[in-house]
Design a protein around this ligand. Structure first.
Ligand code: FES
Ligand SMILES: [Fe+2]
Length: 332
């Protein structure tokens, strides 16, 4: 059984990460890949490994949508076909590298590592809010943790009350005034919705609400397999219909680099301070805790560790089950 579910869309990169006229090298699902934009505007994704002596093709020369291996010159195009053999003569059908369907959506490049004829772009989760709202910056970094542990973290936002007290904790109101709803929708998504009603405002909003004022706050998170999440935050003064601050919608799109590391694609408001704030939450709050969790688990399977399950874990457990069902369905 593959360690990963293959018949799904995964995000490989933001389009802006691919150098103009060049290619991006990225390890995804334990294999290294090259991505570039063809002259036609379509995208190409081929494995970064020559079928001759297995050297990375990224060490070769790239021009006009073709990459020439830096070792003996076999040249491959964006479909993975060998288009030039400096030695002449016929080559066997194995003279090609793996290529994957890849499409652009919402500023990201999405690839399908499974059966190519099942790669329907309509199955890419809807992240259209990325383009629709206020200006944002797209960002990415690698977190040294398994992607399912990060998805667990995002699907249980109660941890904000402890781990993100300074950044987006809710002053304890999640427990005193919160109601949790877990649901699935027609797109296959799992939702975990926390709604705090008539709650004291978080610290950063106290001045806006005034003495004794309360707020209704939403912390909603959506998960699509394998681990493409979206966070929706809204707040209004209790009894008012209009939002108090512009509602926020943020992608948290996770793609395994390996079993122990994950590409984390996110957005933040433009500016150096906003970038630093986003990174502080990930790098100084979530990642050290998740890395310590992984170490404490010592490489054992999550369920083999017999976790204590709380009511707040319902969405994370549901997502893990759905992913496991998809994984099992691929081997049947
Ligand atoms: S290793 Fe690539 S052509 Fe020989
Ligand atoms: Fe977190």
């Amino acid at each position: 059984m593959s360690a990963y579910v293959l018949n799904l869309w995964y995000m490989a990169a933001w389009t802006q990460e691919v150098p103009e006229g060049g290619f991006l090298v990225r390890r995804l699902l334990d294999r290294q890949w090259l991505l570039w934009r063809e002259e036609s505007g379509d995208w190409a994704m081929i494995e970064d490994r020559c079928p001759h002596r297995f050297v990375p093709l990224s060490r070769g020369k790239f021009a006009d949508g073709r990459i020439a291996c830096g070792y003996h010159g076999l040249t491959f195009d964006g479909t993975g076909s060998c288009v030039h053999n400096p030695f002449g003569g016929d080559l066997p059908p194995s003279a090609r590298v793996a290529s994957l369907p890849v499409v652009e959506a919402h500023g990201g490049l999405w690839f399908w590592p499974g059966e190519a004829d099942k790669a329907n772009p309509a199955l890419i989760p809807d992240f259209s809010f990325i383009d629709a709202g206020a200006p944002i910056e797209r960002a990415a970094y690698v977190m040294g943790v398994n992607y399912e542990l990060i998805a667990d973290n995002l699907l249980d936002l109660s941890h904000a009350e402890f781990l993100h007290v300074e950044s987006f904790g809710t002053n304890g109101s999640l427990f005193s005034h919160g109601a949790q709803t877990v649901e699935q929708d027609a797109s296959g998504a799992v939702w975990n919705k926390w709604d705090m009603t008539g709650a004291p405002p978080p610290g950063w909003a106290e001045a806006m609400v005034g003495p004794g004022g309360t707020v209704d706050q939403q912390l909603h998170i959506r998960w699509h397999a394998p681990a493409s999440l979206a966070l929706f935050i809204a707040m209004r003064r209790s009894g008012e219909a209009a939002p108090m601050v512009p509602p926020m919608a943020n992608p948290h799109i996770l793609t395994p680099e390996t079993q122990r590391s994950t590409h984390y694609f996110f957005t933040h408001a433009p500016g150096a301070e906003e970038a630093a704030q986003a990174r502080r939450v990930f790098l100084e709050e979530d990642e050290p805790m998740l890395a310590a969790q992984a170490e404490a688990m010592g490489g054992a399977d999550f369920w083999d560790c017999k976790p204590l399950i709380l009511a707040s874990d319902k969405a994370a457990v549901l997502a893990r089950r759905k992913l496991m069902q998809l994984r099992k369905a691929e081997v049947e």
